[in-house]
Design a protein around this ligand. Structure first.
Ligand SMILES: *Cc1c(COP(=O)(O)O)cnc(C)c1O
Length: 445
């Protein structure tokens, strides 16, 4: 009780705060009140008045500083979910900024009346994928929920045992099905499922066959999954839908760049599934979005479903998505879109970039070979040969902690008593600011 007498008054703290000249009074008062309340609750000794004022000022600064900040991704994971997955192309960034104020997102400028939100990207999506119709929502998780809600409530959905998976972030196919009001019917075994297993499970209550790309793991050895075309044929024969969640999906064939195949969206559309869905911010290299393509009569009920209103995408996202798709339509995706620049970067060129940085920084910087991964729940276990700028240090965790506080923050990897900066995941345009940041921070004294 006595201890509380040493706590200064809110007025004293506010009057001493260095923030009082540039921050509204009410905000400082609220923070000072909170600080005093925390002090009363605590049992620790009450710090000096000057220390309390400093603490108040730190709280105010933290409140007004976004903890979401630009990052140089030197982790070597190209699609790092915690760092916002796909970095956007310059064109996509410009399109977002250009449409950030008033924008014709749901307005038909030709007719001068209300328009359709999805009309901006539907024609390009149909052109690029060969599908009849398209729809865009907030992310692929929302896409699956919407598809199930529109087509499978109170009905059965057939999924292979090997595909009743967790995608990540707690998103589990069986849970999503339950959540949407559909009933999961698992068929086959973990490693082998045949088209006849699906056919045998179809009843009058079946709404669809759902295939889910096992994005983040791979089964090897004695395994079998039927060809997509086979399943589409089974579905068609029985008058039910075939929905194909291809996960990342890609419009460019990754096998050309030394990687194992990821589902090519055009191929999956051609294989005959009624609805195909994939993410906007994985290998497509665009903004966070869930892209749904397929047959017009299968997609129409999604567009008019009440959940569509909850899942619709924002005007800036739409602008970025269009700009991203335009790069594919122009045939310039590899040079325009960062994820494709990173995937296709030549190892010799990466070595040169690392060497130039190391040369500029001098001792004790080194250049060493390393392996990058694509990440983002795609291409599990696959690596791309790369080169890293390496800083040996007895306490590499001190270095990474310091680098995370820079503007932009730099996120790197620790291995072998050193900090590794994999240049494959660093945008070439960021080399100079990465170099400048490393020069000012290190050597750490
Ligand atoms: C990543 C993924 C999802 C979730 O997509 P988001 O766009 O992150 O919501 C769903 N299904 C599969 C197979 C995935 O790989």
């Amino acid at each position: 009780m006595n201890r509380n007498r040493h706590i200064p008054s809110v007025e004293q703290l506010v009057a001493a705060s260095h923030a009082r000249h540039h921050v509204p009074h009410a905000l400082i008062v609220a923070q000072a009140r909170q600080l005093c309340a925390d002090l009363r609750m605590s049992t620790a000794a009450i710090p000096e008045f000057s220390e309390l004022v400093a603490r108040l000022d730190v709280h105010i600064t933290q409140l007004l500083t976004s903890s979401q900040r630009p990052v140089v991704n030197a982790t070597g994971v190209l699609l790092q979910t915690n760092l916002g997955r796909a970095p956007l192309s310059v064109a996509a960034q410009q399109a977002m900024l250009a449409n950030a104020a008033a924008s014709s997102i749901e307005y038909d400028l030709d007719a001068g009346r209300r328009g359709e939100r999805n009309q901006h990207v539907t024609p390009l999506l149909c052109h690029l994928t060969g599908a009849e119709a398209a729809l865009v929502v907030n992310n692929n998780a929302a896409a699956i929920l919407l598809i199930l809600a529109a087509h499978a409530v109170g009905r059965e959905v057939i999924v292979s045992r090997g595909q009743a998976v967790e995608i990540g972030g707690g998103f589990r196919i069986p849970d999503v099905l339950r959540q949407s009001g559909a009933t999961l019917v698992e068929v086959g075994t973990t490693n082998r499922t045949y088209a006849r297993d699906y056919a045998a499970a179809i009843t009058p209550h079946t709404a669809m066959i759902l295939t889910v790309h096992t994005s983040n793991f791979r089964l090897q050895g004695f395994v079998h999954e039927p060809a997509m075309g086979e399943l589409s044929a089974v579905a068609r024969e029985h008058g039910i839908l075939h929905v194909d969640d291809v996960g990342s999906g890609t419009l460019l064939d990754v096998t050309r760049y030394g990687l194992t195949a990821e589902p090519l969206v055009q191929t999956r559309v051609a294989a005959g599934a009624d609805i195909i869905c994939f993410s906007g911010d994985k290998l497509l290299g665009g903004p966070q979005a869930g892209i749904i393509v397929g047959r017009a009569d299968a997609i129409r009920p999604l567009a008019t479903h009440p959940l569509m209103r909850a899942f619709r995408i924002d005007k800036t996202t739409m602008a970025a998505l269009h700009a991203t798709l335009r790069s594919y339509a122009h045939g310039t995706a590899i040079t325009d879109i960062p994820i494709w620049q990173m995937i296709t970067a030549d190892a010799d060129h990466l070595q040169q970039r690392a060497q130039r940085l190391a040369h500029d920084l001098g001792h004790p910087w080194q250049v060493r070979p390393c392996q990058s991964t694509v990440g983002g729940g795609s291409l599990p276990g696959e690596t791309l040969p790369s080169w890293a700028l390496v800083y040996p240090h007895p306490h590499p965790e001190h270095i990474t902690a310091l680098l995370r506080q820079q503007q932009p923050a730099v996120v790197a990897r620790i291995a072998d008593h050193a900090v590794w900066f994999d240049v494959r995941s660093v945008l070439p345009a960021d080399d100079d600011r990465l170099g400048a940041c490393l020069r000012t921070c290190l050597p750490l004294t």
